[in-house]
Write a protein that binds this ligand. Structure first.
Ligand code: EPU
Length: 348
């Protein structure tokens, strides 16, 4: 396995070219970039800063699984494709593993399970790249990215320098981080380091896992959890290679306890989870489903028929189609429940 942090000594030039982005975003929205570069060597980063200074804007693209792209993306687009995974240290209390920002997330999780570096298996099949994972602090089946995070290396594009960040610098919260609030195009995440606690303990609290046949007996291994998560996700989430989608389109809204209590009194089936601070997270998928939107469509944009939180491209959808459907759903949920749904993907 290669060293993700390795840089060539000499700076490397970058030449922008036009690029069709339709296959580089998992929603499959037809989109073009007038100026596009692929970053596959950190030695290209100084050249990226030079280009970004001349361009009106910079869009940093990972796996394209959390963006809504317009038909023409203005400015410069840079796709992060740095590769490499390695074990940094086998500490008694943790495996310290490093992965390059351009590694496919699921491929990285699978490699960790293959090597016995357990602890990321609940995050199997999350689409996107390693470098995009901290941006939205990905989470699934009871594990959030920040629970396994050690540190990362990022390129500060305007300043033209490499920066090391710890968790405090990243300000992780539910599907949120400092990267989402900074100017878009400020950071390129070059590599991420994970601390995977030893001894490993499975995280099986999520209802779907508690019910899963693979996990109800004996002592499941990380491989069992990985396989179970893959089966659950494949059963209810559309494969972006087949049906364009960006995973959950909305965040699960977090509301005060009194708001949740009065909603639960009116709507006895309300699905909610208490948070460490006493507030409640509401299941947005349930709210949308109850409003009758599951499986429905507005033109080329649709709501997935097995998970109402996922919007799909039914073929030839544009950003306007997806956002039109998103607004109709937001309106329906606000009218019925008085709750505002916030989109999860970055809308360019
Ligand atoms: N539900 C419905 N109808 C629906 C969808 C959901 O009634 O159409 C109900 C379910 O029955 C369940 C509850 O809502 O009681 C929650 O549903 P689910 O377990 O599917 O999870 P979620 O809250 O909708 C979140 C994440 C997913 C993640 C799953 C599993 C967010 C925004 N989404 O979805 O993440 O895979 O939990 O941990 O937090 C993503 O972010 O792209 C993503 C897919």
């Amino acid at each position: 396995m290669s060293n993700p942090a390795a840089t060539n000594a000499a700076p490397v030039a970058l030449t922008p070219a036009t690029q069709d982005l339709t296959r580089l975003n998992t929603l499959g929205l037809a989109s073009q970039a007038g100026a596009f570069v692929t970053l596959d060597d950190p030695a290209q980063l100084p050249a990226l800063s030079d280009l970004a200074r001349q361009a009106d804007s910079l869009l940093v693209l990972g796996g394209g699984s959390n963006v809504v792209l317009p038909q023409r993306v203005p400015g410069l687009v840079a796709r992060v494709a740095f590769k490499g995974v390695r074990l940094l240290e086998a500490r008694p209390d943790a495996w310290l593993v490093e992965a390059a920002g351009g590694e496919n997330w699921h491929g990285f999780v699978a490699a960790c399970v293959d090597n016995g570096w357990d602890g990321l298996e609940n995050l199997a099949l999350v689409p996107g790249t390693v470098g995009a994972a901290p941006v939205q602090n990905i989470g699934a089946y009871g594990v959030e990215f920040d629970a396994r995070f050690h540190s990362l290396t990022a390129w500060d594009v305007p300043a033209g320098r490499m920066v090391e960040m710890r968790a405090d610098d990243c300000r992780f919260a539910y599907r949120d981080s400092a990267f989402k609030h900074d100017a878009p195009g400020r950071w390129v995440i070059v590599s991420v380091r994970f601390a995977l606690p030893r001894p490993w303990r499975p995280v099986l609290g999520y209802p779907d896992l508690q019910r899963h046949a693979r996990l109800v007996q004996g002592e499941p291994t990380a491989r069992d959890v990985f396989d179970a998560v893959c089966e659950i996700r494949r059963a209810k989430l559309p494969d972006p290679a087949v049906t364009g989608n960006a995973g959950s389109f909305f965040k699960n809204p977090i509301v005060a306890a009194n708001v949740r209590d009065s909603l639960a009194a009116h709507f006895p089936g309300l699905v909610s989870y208490v948070q460490p601070d006493g507030r409640y997270k509401l299941a947005a998928g349930w709210l949308i489903d109850q409003c009758g939107w599951k499986g429905r469509a507005l033109g080329a944009a649709g709501v997935h028929d097995r998970q109402a939180l996922v919007l799909v491209n039914r073929g030839g959808a544009t950003a306007a189609d997806i956002m039109g459907l998103a607004h109709a759903i937001q309106q329906a949920v606000a009218e019925r429940y008085g709750v505002r749904l916030e989109p999860e993907p970055v809308v360019v």
